[in-house]
Design a protein around this ligand. Structure first.
Ligand SMILES: Nc1ncnc2c1ncn2[C@@H]1O[C@H](COP(=O)(O)OP(=O)(O)OP(=O)(O)O)[C@@H](O)[C@H]1O
Length: 292
């Protein structure tokens, strides 16, 4: 049922035309119930995964390479579909959302990728603005909100620069600005610091923490042990297709990380526009502009 939200509250809108659902806003933001996912029948990735994320949490998702961290995030974003089980976003089963409702889901979710997925030849401003332009917002609103977002990530005044002239850390800040410009309830970050040196990685983590402080739920997938040690946070380990909470300070992470070699390389300047548009469920003239 739709009604007016109290001032300053989160406005979940999971169906086109439904601007606010008061009961949805009280539910855990994400519940995984018996989730199974495999890409090949003989290699299941998630096997009956159970996990609840409350609104306002900051949760690290970690685990060995290939344990399914990216898969889990992609299932939430409906880039992949569960084989069995349910993922409830504010009480609604993501797998059961109709195709026209998927963009509404994604409007509530910002996604930050390891390889940034910027368009190198575009300006910083345009790389962020695209997330709002595809929603058809007036250019005056887009200008204001992009300016605010760039300020939040420490890039005020850089809007006119081409993305390709920015450092890796700055490019990831642009990607974060793009993820938050729509004021999402949830940020999914998939190894967002994997291409950055250790100090930059810690700086970037601080930025995600600032965003979290403003009320956004953050799911941060990483196998960078250093980041997990920066501050006591909820840490969920994926292994054998299941999710387990790791008690802080019990040395459990030590065992997990033995033999792990840290982040993998990726193409920083990779052509990201097509994937971003595809991932965003963006269609229509703006999408053609991006892809073209
Ligand atoms: N689109 C796909 N098609 C086939 N197999 C896939 C696909 N995506 C992932 N996989 C496989 O599923 C498993 C889990 O991959 P995923 O990328 O989710 O793990 P991860 O924990 O994020 O790994 P990493 O830490 O190395 O990034 C891996 O064995 C991977 O090869």
């Amino acid at each position: 049922m739709s009604s007016s939200p109290p001032q300053g509250t989160f406005r979940p809108a999971l169906r086109p035309g439904h601007r606010y659902d008061a009961s949805a806003a009280r539910r855990p933001i994400l519940v995984f119930e018996g989730v199974y996912k495999s890409y090949r029948a003989d290699q299941p990735v998630l096997r009956g995964l159970e996990l609840t994320i409350e609104r306002g949490e900051f949760v690290f998702i970690t685990g060995p390479s290939g344990s399914g961290k990216s898969t889990l995030l992609r299932l939430v974003h409906r880039t992949e579909q569960v084989d069995e089980g349910r993922i409830l976003f504010l009480g609604r089963d993501i797998a059961r959302l109709s195709v026209p409702s998927v963009p509404a889901l994604r409007r509530n979710i910002g996604f930050v990728f390891q390889d940034f997925k910027l368009v190198p030849s575009w300006t910083v401003f345009d790389n962020v603005a695209i997330a709002l332009e595809v929603l058809g917002l007036p250019s005056r609103v887009v200008r204001t909100r992009v300016g605010e977002s760039l300020e939040r990530v420490g890039l005020a005044g850089r809007g006119g620069d081409r993305a390709r002239v920015l450092s890796g850390g700055e490019q990831q800040r642009v990607a974060i600005a793009r993820a938050i410009v729509g004021d999402p309830a949830l940020i999914l970050a998939d190894e967002p610091t994997g291409n950055l040196d250790p100090q930059l990685a810690i700086d970037l983590l601080g930025l995600f923490e600032d965003i979290h402080e403003m009320g956004t739920t953050v799911l941060f997938a990483t196998h960078d042990r250093t980041l997990l040690d920066v501050r006591a946070r909820r840490v969920v380990v994926l292994d054998d297709g299941k999710a387990t909470d790791v008690p802080q300070g019990l040395g459990a992470l030590q065992e997990l990380f033995e033999g792990e070699s840290g982040g993998e390389g990726a193409d920083v300047q990779g052509e990201g526009a097509d994937e971003y548009v595809a991932d965003s469920g963006v269609r229509g003239p703006a999408a053609r502009q991006v892809v073209g």
